[in-house]
Design a protein around this ligand. Structure first.
Ligand SMILES: *Cc1c(COP(=O)(O)O)cnc(C)c1O
Length: 281
């Protein structure tokens, strides 16, 4: 670690606050995953640190937190340069293909959870250095709630005929990653789930989670049909695609529905300024 580290440390009060919040979230993650209908092993808790200072992340790092999620490319680049190299960075923001080159320069970028197109996958695969130690994990973002404001490809369902599944956008992008992008590995699927407004209007959060589980099962069958087996290492972990679903307000329900990766921001770091407020500074 560089000599700059002491200057980014959080105050001892802040460290105590973060330690307590992180401990509580970890306990809740463990309790909820123990209640899952089909336990999935140890879920990954991604600490979502957008807008939070590097000292906050370092406090969590000192409590053995290694997975951090960021939404903005430049913020991620800056933090990755200041913080320890064994952090596993997850990019969870909107991915623009023209930012692929910058993201690809981060050696400890572990996953990009928000890929939605062949174009973005292709740009990432091209931008990654040939001597990268491990392939970059890719999760395809699925718009399970169907809201216009969300990015993501449409989900799949068990009711769809095989020909329709094989032609679906999600299957096309997945096959492209597995077949044409040797520097990427299709690790799984990600969803954000219904926005608060939709939930207030009667949508149920669990419907989105169940939809992602169903989508995963149909996609795995489609990949197998196309001749891509999980043991070849091009997709999935432990023989299945992982699911990234659940945030501060709903991670327990997501874990019970079978989530492997939860993304918790405010539950650990407290509230954040709104995007508009940050831009205005
Ligand atoms: C900000 C963000 C989170 C964390 O949200 P919280 O409600 O603060 O836990 C999770 N996932 C994505 C994609 C995000 O942008």
């Amino acid at each position: 670690m560089s000599a700059a580290v002491p200057t980014i440390r959080a105050t001892s009060e802040r460290v105590a606050e973060l330690t307590e919040a992180l401990t509580e979230i970890r306990q809740r993650v463990a309790a909820a995953s123990a209640k899952a209908a089909k336990p999935t092993g140890k879920p990954v808790l991604v600490a979502v640190s957008k807008y939070k200072p590097a000292g906050d992340l370092l406090a969590c790092y000192d409590e053995d937190q290694r997975d951090f999620g960021e939404n903005y490319v430049q913020e991620l680049v800056d933090k990755a340069a200041q913080l320890p190299q064994d952090i596993r960075w997850h990019f969870i923001g909107t991915l623009q293909s023209n930012k692929a080159k910058i993201l690809a320069t981060i050696p400890n970028l572990y996953a990009i959870q928000t890929v939605t197109s062949i174009k973005a996958a292709s740009a990432l695969n091209k931008a990654l250095p040939a001597d990268r130690v491990a392939p970059l994990n890719i999760l395809l973002q699925v718009n399970t709630s169907g809201e216009d404001a969300k990015s993501g490809v449409p989900p799949l369902s068990a009711a769809m005929p095989e020909a329709e599944v094989d032609a679906a956008e999600l299957v096309q992008v997945a096959r492209f990653v597995v077949a044409e992008c040797p520097r990427l590995r299709l690790q799984g699927l990600m969803t954000i789930g219904a926005l608060a407004e939709s939930l207030a209007a009667g949508a149920k959060e669990n419907e989105d989670f169940a939809r992602l589980v169903g989508t995963r099962d149909v996609l795995q069958a489609a990949l197998a049909r196309a001749g891509f087996r999980p043991e070849e290492g091009r997709w999935g972990e432990d023989g299945r695609l992982l699911l990234s679903m659940g945030m501060s307000s709903d991670f327990e329900a997501a874990l019970q529905a079978g989530s492997d990766i939860v993304r918790v921001g405010t539950g650990i770091f407290g509230s954040r300024p709104k995007k508009e407020e940050v831009k205005a500074q």
